[in-house]
Design a protein around this ligand. Sequence first.
Ligand SMILES: [Zn+2]
Length: 466
Amino acid sequence: MTFLCSSRCRFVQLQPLRCLALLLMWSSCFVVAASSAEQVAELSLEMPAGELLFVVNDIYSDSLQQQRNTLTSQRQQRAEFCFRQAREACEAGDVAAALRGATRAVFFNPDHEAARRVLGYRRVGDHWAGAYAARRIETGEVWHPQFGWIAAEDVSRYEAGERRSGNRWISAEEDARRHATIDNAWQIRTDHFRVVTNHDREDASRLAIRLEVLYQLWRQLFGGFYLEPSQLLKRFEGNESSGYRSKPFHVVYHQSREEYNMALRRLQPRIDITLGIYFDTTRTSHFFAGPDQDPGTIYHEAVHQLFQESGRSARDVAKHRNAWILEGVACYFESLQAHQDPSTGPFYTLGTPEAGRLPAARHRRLVDDYYVPLAELSALGMTDLQQRDDLPRLYSQSAGLATFLIDGRQGQYRPALVKLLQLIYTGHDRPTSLQELTGQDFADLDRQYQEFIAKLPSPSAEGQAE
Ligand SMILES: [Zn+2]
């Protein structure tokens, strides 16, 4: 089955993210991190919707030294506090919260050894690297942002415009000519992804790093989907984990929209209406370079891939039911926004009311009174869904519903959502699984969703909602 996620969110966002409010809240996190768990809970109640997450610096990022420079004893204490919280979360069975806590610990102290171990890193020289990156470093290679992994001794010749071809050196132009087609493409490998491209190594390296960031964020919300608390607890107790996939997520990055269309039309006749696609049959995502590229679509399709390939998945998942939630969760990640704070570095938000399809979901539900009740929606399989005339509106509704299940009611339904996704991906779900897992009738969930969406702040944007 193909995830034909053709519907692009065309809602015009005129209002920039309210960075100030988020930054204020973020600075409150500092205070909270040093105080008590009760205050952390109190703080999260203040947030109408959305997640604020961090990622850890590693070999693929360049600001590790800057972070080390800002290390103070206060930050060390906060790191310890976050790490204790992480362990408690793991003992309580909440893998995602444990990974969030360990990530925060590393955010405060980039050299927090135990938190690094929990997240799958080890120290190699002056770097923190996942197990795959560590192996490459140990064989004398370096990660170069323009070229990916190359031998340390080759760096100066690469930077001077030469390229290695076996035992010979050739020009950059000749190298590009030899990699002009996808069949002879370059490969950029990171700990979790292999990006194959005939476009440009530097751009493909940036894409691979964006996908690594997505992976870090995804596991802080859905780590419990693929990782048992007992497995993670072993890492807290000192066990090293391999920390990387022997089979990376496979991504093809085409040089242009036209090449993408041509290469994939045979597999998907309606490829022209897509902005990226994931095939679970070949376990490959395809994206293209150029002005039509849509970051939200990249996250959307990659999230399909992360869920499909992180555990043992059935064939044709959601073929007969529950297709909406697979799309809804992927649409939720379209709301991913990166932010930069000058003093402390990058942070990320997801599911904020003005991002992704949430404004459209709100508009449809509250202004247009468009809503397909969950009882009806859950009975739709993937083909049913894709044949609907109201597909774009169903996508925005599904995004809204997924946001409600992730963030609504202080995350009350998030464990049920993770379980539902596990059932769907292993082929053990039923049309009524959501009711059974949440302990709520569909009609009650319909009503709670309306209340949730009505309480979201109204974005000032004007535009055509999808
Ligand atoms: Zn999709």
